[in-house]
Design a protein around this ligand. Structure first.
Ligand SMILES: Cc1cc2nc3c(=O)[nH]c(=O)nc-3n(C[C@H](O)[C@H](O)[C@H](O)COP(=O)(O)O)c2cc1C
Length: 435
C-alpha cells in the first residue's frame, strides 16, 4: 500500500496543556512558548505533516451553569489566542505545517485573508487554516451576537471561504516586479478588486498583501453532520474526523470523497485523516492492561465526561437525572458529537448507563493498543481497509507522549515503508498532497 500521513491535533489549544499532570514536562511554565516549540520539533523529527492548534472563544459554563468545573480543572479554559504562537513554532522548525484554528463566526473575511497571507510569508509557505463555525452561544455572546442555526452557520462559512479565496487571488505573486533597474515594485494591472456582494459578507478588495509562497493556506475542516460533511467535501483540502470504529471511518471516507467527486473535485486533492491515540507497551499484554485501567478511569469520571459533552452541545448534562431514561435531546451545537455520545448505549438507557457504556481509553477517536510494532501493523491494516489518508494524533502538547510516538511508533511505521522519512518539498501543501 502507499504511504499515509501523520498529523497532530493539539486539542487543548494554547492552554495549560496538561499542567498539574505528569505529562506536563519538567521545567516548562504555563503560557510560555517553550513547550510548544519543543513539541513541534519532536513532531518534525518524526516527519509529521502538520500540527493543528485548537481554539474557541469563551470560558465554558454550560456544565452546572458555572465556569467552576472548567477553570478548576484548567480544561477548555483558560486559553490564549493561538495565532501569535505560529511564528514561534515556525522559528523552531523548517518543514512541518502549522494549522491554527480561526472561526468564520467572528473574523471578517478580509481580516482573516490578510492574516493568513502574512503567516504564509512568515512561515515560508507552511500555514494551514482549521475552519470552524463556533458551536456555542457563549462564544457568540462574547461578540454581542446570536448564534445562527446549525446549517445556516455552514452556509455563512461557505460564503466566507468564497470571499477569502477571491481575496487571495486578488493580489497574485505574479504582480511582483521588484526590478531595481526600473524601480517598479508591483504591477498595478495584476492587482484587482473583487467587488464581492453576498448574503452575509461584502468586500471590495483587492487584498493589500501579496500572495505568500502557497498562495493561500491549506484548508482544514471537521464537518460531522450532513451539512458539515458537504461543507468539508466542497472546501477542505484536509478533512479531519473523529470516528470510533473502522466501519465509521470507511463510511465517512467514502461519503466525503464521493461528495467531493460529485461536485467535480479531484479526490487526490482531498485528504481525509482520522483522530487517534496509542497506548504503547513492551508487550501486547502490558499495553492491554494499561488500556483496561484507563478505560475504567474514563467510565467512572462522570463529571469530566459530562463537562465535555455539555460544552460542545450547549446542553447542561448536570441537570439530567443519572438514573432516569435519557430524554430526547437536540442541539444547535455539535450534532455529530451528541449522536456519538448517545450511540454507545441502547435507546431508553439512563444517563449513568450511557456514561458507563463508554469503552474509551482516554484517547480521541480510534485507539491503537500494543507494542510499537503491533500498533504499526494495526495502523497499516486500518488504512488498507479504510482507503486512506492518515492519522491525526489528538492530544495535548505532552512531550513524554510525543517522544514515545515519534521514537517508538514512527520507526516501526517507517520500517514498513508506511510514512515519510523526510520532507521532499518546500511548502506544506506540496508535502501533504505528495501521496
Ligand atoms: C479533529 C477535530 C478538530 C476540531 N477542532 C475544533 C476547534 O479547534 N475549534 C472548534 O470550535 N471546533 C473544532 N472542532 C469541531 C468541528 O469544527 C465541528 O464543529 C464538529 O466536528 C461538529 O460538526 P457538525 O456540527 O457538522 O457535526 C473539531 C472537530 C474535530 C473532529
Amino acid at each position: 500500500m502507499s504511504q499515509f500521513h501523520l498529523g497532530w491535533f493539539n486539542g487543548a489549544g494554547f492552554s495549560l496543556n496538561g499542567w498539574g499532570t505528569p505529562s506536563f514536562g519538567t521545567g516548562y511554565k504555563p503560557w510560555e512558548p517553550d513547550m510548544f516549540q519543543d513539541g513541534i520539533r519532536i513532531l518534525e523529527r518524526g516527519g509529521f505533516d502538520f500540527m493543528i492548534l485548537e481554539d474557541s472563544s469563551m470560558v465554558p459554563e454550560t456544565f452546572g451553569g458555572s465556569p467552576e468545573f472548567y477553570l478548576n480543572h484548567g480544561i477548555m479554559a483558560p486559553k490564549l489566542d493561538p495565532v501569535p504562537l505560529v511564528p514561534y513554532l515556525a522559528m523552531a522548525t523548517k518543514h512541518i505545517g502549522i494549522v491554527p484554528t480561526l472561526t468564520t463566526g467572528f473574523y471578517q473575511p478580509w481580516m482573516l485573508a490578510r492574516l493568513m497571507t502574512t503567516l504564509d510569508h512568515l512561515t515560508k509557505g507552511r500555514i494551514g487554516w482549521n475552519i470552524v463555525t463556533a458551536t456555542t452561544q457563549l462564544a457568540w455572546s462574547n461578540y454581542g451576537l446570536t448564534q445562527p442555526e446549525h446549517d445556516e452557520r455552514y452556509n455563512l462559512a461557505d460564503e466566507f471561504v468564497e470571499v477569502t479565496k477571491q481575496l487571495w487571488n486578488s493580489f497574485p505573486a505574479s504582480a511582483a516586479v521588484l526590478d531595481p533597474e526600473t524601480g517598479i515594485a508591483y504591477s498595478a494591472a495584476d492587482v484587482k478588486p473583487i467587488d464581492f456582494e453576498g448574503k452575509y459578507f461584502s468586500s471590495r478588495g483587492p487584498l493589500n498583501a501579496p500572495a505568500g509562497p502557497q498562495g493561500s493556506p491549506v484548508l482544514f475542516q471537521a464537518g460531522g453532520s450532513p451539512a458539515g460533511r458537504r461543507f468539508a467535501a466542497k472546501n477542505a483540502e484536509v478533512i479531519i474526523a473523529s470516528c470510533t470504529s473502522v466501519e465509521d471511518m470507511k463510511a465517512y471516507y467514502t461519503d466525503v470523497k464521493s461528495h467531493a467527486v460529485s461536485i467535480g473535485r479531484d479526490p487526490e486533492t482531498v485528504k481525509v485523516m482520522f483522530t487517534t491515540g496509542v497506548i504503547i507497551g513492551d508487550t501486547d499484554a502490558e499495553a492491554a492492561a494499561h488500556a483496561d485501567r484507563r478505560r475504567e478511569a474514563f467510565k467512572k469520571n462522570y463529571s469530566m465526561q459530562m463537562a465535555g459533552i455539555s460544552n460542545i452541545t450547549g446542553i447542561d448534562f448536570s441537570k439530567l437525572d443519572l438514573d432516569a431514561p435519557m430524554p430526547e435531546l437536540t442541539t444547535n451545537g455539535s450534532q455529530s458529537s451528541l449522536k456519538e455520545f448517545l450511540s454507545t448505549a441502547a435507546p431508553g438507557a439512563t444517563l449513568r448507563e450511557v456514561l458507563e457504556s463508554k469503552s474509551n481509553v482516554g484517547v480521541m477517536g480510534f485507539p491503537f493498543i500494543g507494542t510499537a510494532d503491533s500498533i504499526a501493523g494495526q495502523m497499516q491494516d486500518v488504512m488498507a481497509e479504510v482507503g486512506g489518508d492518515g492519522f491525526l494524533f489528538g492530544a495535548s502538547i505532552a512531550p513524554e507522549y510525543m517522544t514515545a510516538v515519534v521514537d517508538r511508533v514512527v520507526p516501526a511505521l517507517r520500517k514498513r515503508g508506511l510514512v515519510r522519512t523526510g520532507y521532499e518539498h518546500a511548502t506544506f501543501r506540496e508535502n501533504v498532497m505528495e501521496f
